[in-house]
Design a protein around this ligand. Structure first.
Ligand code: NAD
Length: 498
């Protein structure tokens, strides 16, 4: 069976004997299709050393030349779109059009990073004192690393490395061991675009590789995206060692539906947001907060037939709504949440366990599940299920919905469906959430904004991509300059600037 290695110094590495490996599945077939090597601490140290050696020349490459490589990379991404989409679909399981969408959102970050010259402009003040000028520059950090989750094997790495490279850093990517192929294709395309060897490296692996990156003194910053317990661990261990860390974690995203909303439009938006990619998105809507019983009843009446009609199958076929979930273990975990929901007294409207694909296929398929009468004390409400399960919570007014959302430990995304501008503003002003949609179910910011959550959905201060990424991947240096000789004798008082 094929074993995938790493990508270091511009090439795929050879597989050593007796290397630890991890199985990679095609979740639609339920079969192992290849294995991936798991890097040792020595492998990681080698990658960091190679990146460290490549850093001075890349730092000194002008931003315009860096941008030209990224322009070529963007063209190669488009030319190789089918290859990348096939890798996503095969190892992740999401449907073809969804994988195309993922690639498209990743390319948008590359397009933004192509503005490196503009993004890295400093800040300048003339005459901050007599004949004195002052300005800030934004040099790169050095070697930085990204650790990414299984659910967006192309887009989430591309939230990170195009911006890090544009800013002049060298990058080490540690992708998810569940779907590692796409990262290696990205590395090959960067090389083809003209990126010098050693500037971008991929180390495949698990906790051992992650810990080696966290502990390495030459790794200056870590970007992490994944589940909250691991995000918190990465943040604590990385920042304790003086690294800059941004660690994006899990979510439980609520959609508030007001009685005045266009309920047909809201139901259709909720279908995509809850069940797209099998709910395995950190921005997936997993809770609907219906204002009033009439709204809840009318919504469920619209959602139930659409959930029962979900087109589920192997993602390589076109025109489907949902593929399988990532693994047999994850499928079992989702099933145990459905059981917990029943035990805790929620009303099961649609049961994804009854879908024929769940029963007949060897793949990790589940149908869509809908629960009504969910309350804040239930596990299916409190915990991130990360599967095709939608919970309806009934409340009587908007204030109650806001209090519910604000009390939840996660704060990634939320949205409100309403026709009232004032209600929408009231909601967005008070809700303690990082990304808010108004009649937009998945308010994933565009590439020129930045992506991140509040509360236990993000550890660190700066969001991913966009303007925050320029600050994250650079270090401010402020210069104060005078060329004219100072008048008079030595000054011993602290200098003022009047
Ligand atoms: P995960 O936390 O299991 O894994 C993420 C990464 O951490 C992987 O590269 C994995 O190899 C590594 N890892 C796993 N266990 C580790 C350990 N004990 N020590 C060190 N490293 C470890 O997450 P996942 O299952 O791949 O992805 C799903 C999760 O990611 C969900 O919780 C989802 O909400 C979250 N997510 C968040 C965002 C966001 O922007 N906030 C985006 C996508 C996914």
């Amino acid at each position: 069976m094929q074993i995938l290695g790493h990508f270091i110094h511009g090439d795929r590495t050879d597989i050593q004997e007796n290397v630890r490996t991890h199985p990679v599945y095609n979740p639609a077939l339920g079969t192992e299709v290849r294995r991936v090597a798991l890097a040792s601490r020595e492998d990681v140290n080698e990658a960091v050393q190679i990146a460290q050696e490549a850093f001075p020349a890349w730092r000194d490459t002008t931003p315009l030349k860096r941008a030209r490589i990224l322009f070529r990379f963007k063209e190669l991404l488009e030319a190789n779109a089918d290859r990348l989409v096939r890798a996503i679909v095969e190892e992740h399981g999401k449907v073809w059009e969804d994988a195309q969408g993922e690639l498209g959102r990743g390319i948008e970050v590359v397009e933004y990073a192509c503005g490196a010259l503009e993004l890295l402009k400093g800040e300048h003040n003339r005459n901050v004192g007599p004949g004195i000028d002052s300005w800030s520059e934004f040099p790169p950090l050095g070697v930085v690393a990204g650790i990414t989750p299984f659910n967006f094997p192309v887009m989430v790495p591309m939230w990170m490395f195009p911006m890090a490279l544009a800013c002049g850093n060298c990058f080490i990517l540690k992708p998810s061991e569940k779907d590692p192929s796409a990262a290696l294709i990205l590395a090959e395309l960067l090389r083809e675009a003209g990126l010098p060897d050693g500037v971008f490296n991929v180390v495949n692996g698990d906790k051992e590789a992650v810990d080696a990156l966290l502990d390495h003194p030459d790794v200056q910053a870590i970007s992490f995206v994944g589940s909250t317990p691991i995000a918190e661990y990465i943040y604590q261990r990385g920042s304790a060692q003086g690294k800059r860390v941004q660690a994006l974690g899990g979510a439980k995203n609520h959609a508030v539906v007001m009685p005045d909303a266009d309920l047909d439009a809201a139901a259709s938006a909720l279908m995509g947001a809850a069940f797209g990619s099998c709910g395995e998105r950190c921005m997936a809507i997993s809770v609907v907060v219906a204002i009033g019983n009439a709204t809840a009843d009318a919504l469920i009446e619209r959602l139930q037939p659409q959930i029962e009609a979900l087109r589920i199958g192997q993602g390589s076929r076109r025109g489907l709504d949902m593929g399988p979930v990532i693994s047999a273990e994850h499928k079992q975990k989702i099933i145990s949440y459905i059981q917990a929901g029943e035990t805790e007294g929620a009303e099961l409207i649609c049961d994804g366990r009854q879908h024929p694909m769940q029963k007949e296929s060897e793949g990790f398929f589940l149908g869509g599940t809908l629960f009504d009468q969910v309350t804040a004390d239930m596990r299916i409400y409190r915990e991130e299920i990360f599967g095709p399960v939608l919970c309806v919570v009934r409340v009587s007014h908007l204030e109650e919905a806001i209090a519910l959302i604000n009390a939840h430990e996660f704060g990634n995304g939320t949205c409100i469906f309403t026709q009232s501008g004032s209600q929408a503003h009231y909601f967005s002003d008070r809700v303690q959430i990082g990304m808010v949609g108004i009649n937009v179910p998945l308010p994933v910011p565009v590439a020129c904004q930045s992506f991140g959550g509040w509360k236990r959905s993000l550890f660190g201060d700066l969001y991913a991509y966009g303007p925050d990424a320029v600050r994250f991947y650079t270090r401010r240096k402020t210069l104060t300059q005078r060329w004219a000789p100072p008048a008079g004798s030595a000054q011993f008082a602290f200098p003022g600037n009047g």
